[in-house]
Design a protein around this ligand. Structure first.
Ligand SMILES: [Mn+2]
Length: 432
C-alpha cells in the first residue's frame, strides 16, 4: 500500500500522543458498560465491522442553485476523487468503498479498478444519471427536461433505459453488484402530466432495466418527495417505492435517503416497515433541517439517526438477510469535504454503537408492561452514552487515527493537493 496519500508514520506518531488518554477513557467507559452487562470489546468489534460507502461526488464542493463556492484542491476527475476517498478511509477506517456516478465518473474501468486496488478501495452501488442532459454523450442526444424513464416520448424512455444498462455494464467491469436509480421525473403543475400514466410508463422502463440485471445484482430505487419537480415527483415516497420494488421482483429494493421525506416524517418507522416487507435495500445518509438540505449526517438530529439504527439493531436476523447497503449522500458547501465525510462516517458509526447499547430485554419488558416513561428512558440511556472512546478504539485498531480530523489537518494534505490541482473550470459535483 505504497500509494497511501497520508504518511502512515504521521498517523502513528499522532496516535502515540493521544493513546494514553484514549486508554484511560476506554477503561472508564468499559467499567461503566460492564456494570450494565455490556462488553465494550464486543461493541468495538461490531463497530469495526460496520462500513459505509462514500460517494465519489461528495469529495467535491457542492453548491445550491444560487451558487457554488469551490474549495482549494478540488479533485478534477475520478482518479483524484479516489485519492481523496483514500484519505477518508486511511484516517477513519469506516469507508473502504466508493459509490460512483455515471457519466460524471466515466473512464477506463480497468484503470479505475487498478487505481482503487492500489489505494485499498472497492466500489459500492453504481448511480445512473438521467436527471440532467449530457450534451457531450453521443448516446444521449435527447433532453431529459420533461423526464426520463417516465417521459411521454418512447425514444427518451429508451435512451434512459439504455443509459442504465450501460451503467450496469460499467459496474460489472469494476466489481460493483448494485445500481441505484433515482430520477428527477415529475411535474411542476397539476395537470402537466397524468399521475397514473406517468407511473405506468416509469414501471415499464424500470422493468426493462430490471430484466437486464446480472444474476448477483440488486436494483435500488430511491424516492424523493420534491425537487427538481415541485408539484409531484413520479417516485415521491416510500409507498410508491415499495410498490416499485414489489412490482419488479426479488432483486429490487427500496433505498431510504434520509433527506427525501416531508418534514417530521417518522423515518425510523418507514425503515421498520421496509424490513417487514423484506424490501429495505439500504440508505443514503445525510441530515436535514427543512427539506432535502443534504447536510452532514448526524449534524442536525443525531437522535433521529440513532432511532433509525435502533430499528436496524432491533431487526436482528431479518436485517442480516437484507444486508442493506450503507452510503453517505450529502453536499458539502462550506466545509472541507474530506473532513465532513470523515466526521459523518463517524457519526453514523456512533448511532450504530449507541443502538447496540440498548437493553432490548428491558425495553421489551417496559413495552409489554405499558411503561412509556421507562421505555423512553431505556432508549435515552443508550443515546446519552458517550461512545467516542469506542469509535476511536475501533479506528486505531484498524490503523486509523485516534483523532482523524486533527491528524488530517496536521498532515497538510489539502495544501499539498491545492498546489497540484489548480482550480478547474466546470469541475463537476452534485447530489442525488
Ligand atoms: Mn440520495
Amino acid at each position: 500500500m505504497t500509494d497511501m496519500p497520508i504518511d502512515p508514520s504521521r498517523i502513528e506518531s499522532d496516535n502515540a500522543k493521544r493513546n494514553p488518554d484514549l486508554e484511560a477513557d476506554y477503561a472508564a467507559l468499559g467499567d461503566q458498560l460492564d456494570r450494565r452487562g455490556i462488553s465494550i470489546d464486543a461493541i468495538v468489534q461490531a463497530v469495526r465491522g460496520f462500513k459505509v460507502a462514500v460517494p465519489s461526488w461528495g469529495v467535491g464542493t457542492g453548491g445550491t442553485r444560487f451558487a457554488r463556492f469551490p474549495g482549494p484542491g478540488e479533485p478534477r476527475g475520478i482518479m483524484e476523487k479516489l485519492d481523496d476517498c483514500a484519505v477518508i478511509q486511511q484516517l477513519g477506517r469506516a469507508t473502504p468503498s466508493v459509490s460512483l456516478h455515471i457519466p460524471w465518473d466515466r473512464t477506463d474501468p480497468a484503470a479505475l479498478k487498478e487505481k482503487a486496488q492500489g489505494l485499498g478501495l472497492t466500489f459500492d452501488a453504481m448511480n445512473s444519471n438521467t436527471f440532467q442532459d449530457h450534451p457531450d454523450d453521443p448516446k444521449q442526444p435527447l433532453s431529459y427536461k420533461y423526464g426520463s424513464l417516465s417521459h411521454a416520448d418512447k425514444a427518451v424512455r429508451t435512451q434512459a433505459i439504455e443509459h442504465n444498462l450501460e451503467v450496469i455494464e460499467f459496474g460489472q467491469a469494476i466489481g460493483s453488484t448494485a445500481i441505484t436509480v433515482w430520477i428527477g421525473d415529475g411535474s411542476n403543475f397539476p395537470g402537466q402530466v397524468d399521475l397514473a400514466r406517468s407511473f405506468e410508463r416509469y414501471l415499464e422502463s424500470a422493468k426493462a432495466i430490471y430484466r437486464a440485471l446480472p444474476e448477483d445484482w440488486r436494483l435500488f430505487t430511491e424516492h424523493k418527495m420534491y425537487e427538481p419537480a415541485f408539484y409531484a415527483s413520479v417516485v415521491q415516497d416510500w409507498g410508491t417505492n415499495l410498490l416499485i420494488a414489489q412490482e419488479l421482483g426479488t432483486k429490487a429494493f427500496c433505498l431510504v435517503d434520509l433527506g427525501h421525506h416531508a418534514p417530521n416524517v417518522n423515518i425510523e418507522q418507514i425503515v421498520s416497515r421496509l424490513i417487514f416487507a423484506e424490501k429495505l435495500g439500504g440508505f443514503h445518509f445525510n441530515d436535514s433541517k427543512y427539506g432535502d438540505d443534504d447536510l452532514d449526517a448526524g449534524s442536525i438530529d443525531p437522535f433521529r439517526l440513532f432511532l433509525v439504527f435502533n430499528e436496524l439493531v432491533e431487526a436482528g436476523d431479518a436485517l442480516s438477510r437484507l444486508h442493506p447497503a450503507h452510503m453517505i449522500d450529502q453536499s458539502h458547501n462550506v466545509t472541507d469535504p474530506i473532513e465532513s465525510l470523515i466526521r459523518s462516517a463517524d457519526e453514523i458509526r456512533r448511532a450504530y454503537a449507541q443502538a447496540l447499547l440498548v437493553d432490548r430485554a428491558a425495553l421489551r419488558g417496559f413495552q409489554d408492561e405499558n411503561d412509556p416513561l421507562m421505555a423512553s428512558e431505556c432508549l435515552k440511556r443508550a443515546f446519552r452514552t458517550d461512545v467516542s472512546p469506542i469509535l476511536a478504539k475501533a479506528r486505531s485498531m484498524d490503523g486509523g487515527a485516534i483523532d482523524p480530523i486533527a491528524t488530517y489537518r496536521a498532515s497538510g494534505y489539502r495544501n499539498r493537493i491545492a498546489e497540484q490541482r489548480p482550480a478547474a473550470a466546470g469541475s463537476r459535483s452534485g447530489i442525488v
